[in-house]
Design a binder for this molecule. Sequence first.
Ligand code: ADP
Ligand code: GN1
Ligand code: MG
Length: 356
Amino acid sequence: MNVQYTNEYKTVAQQFCLQGEVTEICPYGEGHINLTLLVTTTEKRYIMQKMNTRVFNDPDSLMANICGVTEHLRARGIETLNVVPTKDGQPFLKGEECYRVYDFIENTVTYQTATDKEVFKNSGKAFGEFQNYLAEFDASKLTETIKRFHDTPKRFADFKAALTADAFNRAKDCQKEIEFVLARENTYGIAMEGLKDGSLPLRVTHNDTKLNNILMDAETGKARAVIDLDTIMPGSMLFDFGDSIRFGASTAAEDEQDLDKVHFDIELFRAYAEGYCGAVKDSITPREAELLPYGSYLMTIECGMRFLGDYLAGDTYFATKYEGHNLVRCRTQFRLAEEMQANFDKMSKIIGEILK
Ligand code: ADP
Ligand code: GN1
Ligand code: MG
């Protein structure tokens, strides 16, 4: 990062109640939405984020959600993000750009792939327990930070609009991927229909449960804290379970370019399901349990169509590192979605064994 930016961010950081003098600021992590910076002072470390206000257009409500949920968790003795206030006592710095600061949670790691079954199982247990803690949280205190976030038919309509516009003339480069999404239209509605007719309970969910949104203890491999709390809102358990499987039950990274390396790993699925279902066994309904395999497929293809839609629209939503990054990402998602469809029976059997 060049000197000019460092100085600019230093000025921002100094407006928060930090202990010590800032000595270093550098980019950090692999998030696709916010700009995340590691701030080191003479006393300790912090995470400072330039909030993505194009994606989250009501930062006041967003931070009120985060403060509410983290206070709820802390009151129960659960380790969570700690919002560091500004010198004016505000939860974030409001201006043309908005910034927030968290204490850096030390001695933890985040994984970009689930190489270790035990670690993935631990993350499942932690997300399941997180679901239980959220069940005690008053949903009426939450603002929906992104409306219809996992409404897949709505995501499909957005995808078709990006395809019709084809603003960057890119559709010609990805006909096969487009066909993949169009051909599965009749599979997108089941979760939203269930929420509408009441056969699936509406819960408070995290909605972005990928493995790098949980901090694991560097020594024990156990989960320490669920992070990235921007999308906590009413939703379905299928979303939280499914999104973890999408990202973690894969033999490769989300942006692996060599598709021969990308496969859905049923043993990683089993490991996560053991952790997650073990934690939610007292609250999961039979219909939710039945649809966990479908939820995994749904979150995977939904994410794939979002990546592809963003590619068609000129890469304005997800952070990308090179041209075509979103196209690479959508291909891994479609490979996984296809293999999940072929493995529904095996997945159902595993869920049945775990919950029996
Ligand atoms: P995004 O919304 O862009 O995904 P996140 O809030 O998930 O941003 O943060 C990006 C990454 O920064 C995380 O995956 C994690 O590695 C790291 N991170 C975020 N907050 C903390 C924290 N308080 N302590 C340690 N690491 C953190
Ligand atoms: C984004 O913020 P991050 O990088 O943890 C996205 C998720 C996607 C994910 C794909 C607010 O998550 O919905 O599933 O990328 N978050 C938002 O990796 O859109
Ligand atoms: Mg994140």
